[in-house]
Design a protein around this ligand. Structure first.
Ligand code: CU
Length: 175
């Protein structure tokens, strides 16, 4: 009887932890975005396949546009891209928000040099690249993986270039 009680107690303790592990949405790490108001530069740590979400087809643990990086117009954006996915190569390109989603690389990107090396083939797990561009046009864009099929599978987040916002922000987005 004592044994059964302790087992029940253990299950009660473990079950909610397991549920939280699978259901908890990805949260934003404050270290992902660094803001330099003097140089008007937003530096963003973009990690492909940070988690197992969507078979690794995610950026920073978000897919389908559920993360939004907002920067004021004319700010410089530096993106430090790393592929954390040991199974698949990934790349990143800033493009206009269009429908349908592009199946692969788009020429040219929305801003000059707003793309990683080897857009089509992608960078292998553990590889990094950095890009720097000036967000000189207000609008709604996306940062998507240009390896064929990855964007279509949901590997994209949002970039908003705003004429009214005064400071870069990173926020979760629902639609
Ligand atoms: Cu990809």
């Amino acid at each position: 009887m004592t044994k059964r009680l302790s087992l029940t107690g253990l299950l009660l303790l473990v079950a909610p932890l397991c549920a939280a592990q699978t259901a908890a949405p990805q949260s934003i790490d404050r270290n992902w975005l660094t803001v330099d108001t003097t140089a008007k530069t937003a530096t963003f740590q973009l990690t492909a396949g940070l988690t197992q979400l969507n078979g690794g087809l995610n950026f920073n643990g978000f897919n389908d546009g559920k993360l939004t990086l907002t920067v004021p117009t004319s700010w410089t954006v530096v993106i430090h891209f790393t592929n954390h996915d040991t199974n698949l190569p990934h790349s990143a390109e800033v493009v206009d928000t269009t429908k349908p989603m592009p199946a692969g690389p788009v020429e040219p990107p929305a801003f000059a040099r707003a793309m990683t090396a080897r857009l089509m083939q992608g960078l292998a797990g553990g590889e990094s690249d950095s890009l720097r561009f000036v967000a000189n046009k207000a609008g709604a864009y996306m940062i998507f993986c240009a390896v064929p099929g990855h964007g279509l599978a949901g590997m994209w987040i949002r970039l908003k270039v705003s004429a009214t916002e005064k400071r870069p922000t990173l926020a979760t987005s629902t639609s």
